[in-house]
Write a protein that binds this ligand. Structure first.
Ligand code: UD1
Length: 340
């Protein structure tokens, strides 16, 4: 089969990272089929994707918790690889409703893997998170850093998910790449797709852009007494388009049989840490306006500092981030202005 026409299933393909990855897959000549239950995404995203790539991806509205429907889907489609984004991701909600998170993120993973194995689909890419490292003892964080006890059920689902995949690769015909994302930000340069937080944003960048747009009164900066250069917490903000491209590199590695282990783990970040106040200042410069913010107490469960050592992804995937924090903020701001 012509490898450029391989069919890739993208679960959660209408979500923030999923939609950007679909566009990159289409740019690279892959056939894409999206599964999404629309629980945290909008059907309009399909139009956004189509107007960028000029290719309408196949779309199946399906809840992965429905084991029978997942089985039926695999019986009816011939798939060469799966990129699995579909999951719930609100940390606070996961504390309130742990079983919802274990069902949405773990039961669905099990069903998906069972069907992949049954149907001899062996290439799997999993969305994980730097949250598995907790507060790492050494910075930048390499993939060798130990996984720490999770701070939330959400974080735990990522750890358990990794373990489930690991155990499965030991005994089944399954080749997996786990991508541990740092903090994804930004929007596609066309501003036809971007982040669509439902309700009050929990993440920094959408809160910043909504504050600048007048939707939120002011940004609360959570803590300025951390042991960092300006006292605010440090993260590695990776542009979503760069992040999407890391999935293509990982997929090609699997499809070309270049993976060295049946399961491999890669950090996906820029390698650069920025403090919350640095983000605020960069945003003010880009938007040419002052941002209304106040310093408040630390947010429970937050870590001080996390940024990636990306050497492994650079060397093994031949991937590295190209876009800057400023690119991410500028596109997020353009996207926000289009919404309001
Ligand atoms: C959060 C999650 C993490 C998840 C990731 C997904 C928590 C505790 N952690 O990571 O598990 O994998 O999102 O994207 O929720 N900040 C403010 N004011 C705000 C919002 C954020 O000061 O209104 C600060 C935070 O304290 C943090 C930084 O901005 O220092 C980034 O926050 P956020 O975007 O929520 O990401 P993480 O906390 O890194």
């Amino acid at each position: 089969m012509n490898k450029e026409k391989r069919k890739i299933l993208v679960t959660g393909g209408l979500g923030f990272i999923g939609s950007h990855t679909v566009v990159e897959l289409q740019n690279e000549g892959f056939d894409v089929i999206i599964i999404d239950d629309l629980s945290n995404s909008k059907i309009e995203v399909l139009e956004g994707i189509t107007s960028i790539s000029h290719i309408k991806p196949e779309f199946v509205q399906l809840d992965l918790k429905n084991k029978e429907l997942v089985s039926e889907f695999f019986s009816n489609h011939s798939i060469d690889g799966v990129i699995h984004f579909a999951a719930s991701k609100a940390v606070g909600e996961s504390v309130e409703q742990p079983l919802k998170y274990y069902e949405n993120n773990i039961a669905t993973l099990v069903y998906l893997l069972q069907e992949m194995i049954k149907n001899k689909v062996s290439n799997f890419i999993f969305s994980s998170s730097c949250t598995v490292y907790g507060q790492a003892d050494e910075l930048p964080i390499t993939e060798k850093a130990p996984v720490k006890i999770a701070e939330s059920p959400y974080g735990n689902t990522k750890q358990i998910g990794e373990e489930i995949i690991n155990d499965t690769t030991r005994v089944e015909d399954l080749e997996a790449i786990v991508l541990r994302y740092f903090n994804p930000i930004g929007a596609h340069e066309s501003v036809k797709i971007g982040e669509l937080p439902i309700g009050i944003p929990q993440n920094l960048i959408p809160f910043v852009t909504q504050t600048a747009a007048g939707i939120r009164k002011e940004l609360s900066v959570f803590g300025d007494d951390y042991p960092t250069s300006d006292g605010t917490a440090v993260r590695d903000y990776i542009h979503v388009v760069d992040l999407a491209k890391a999935h293509i590199a990982a997929l090609r590695r699997l499809l070309d049989g270049n993976n060295k282990e049946k399961i491999e783990f890669f950090n996906v970040g820029t390698g650069k840490g920025n403090s919350v106040l640095e983000v605020v200042q960069a945003f003010e410069k880009i938007s040419n306006q002052k941002l209304n913010y106040k310093i408040v107490g630390r947010r429970e469960g937050d870590i001080v500092s996390a940024y990636a050592d990306t050497t492994l992804a650079n060397q093994e995937l031949g991937w590295q981030s190209k876009l800057t924090l400023e690119d991410g903020l500028a596109s997020a701001w353009k996207w926000q202005q289009k919404q309001s």
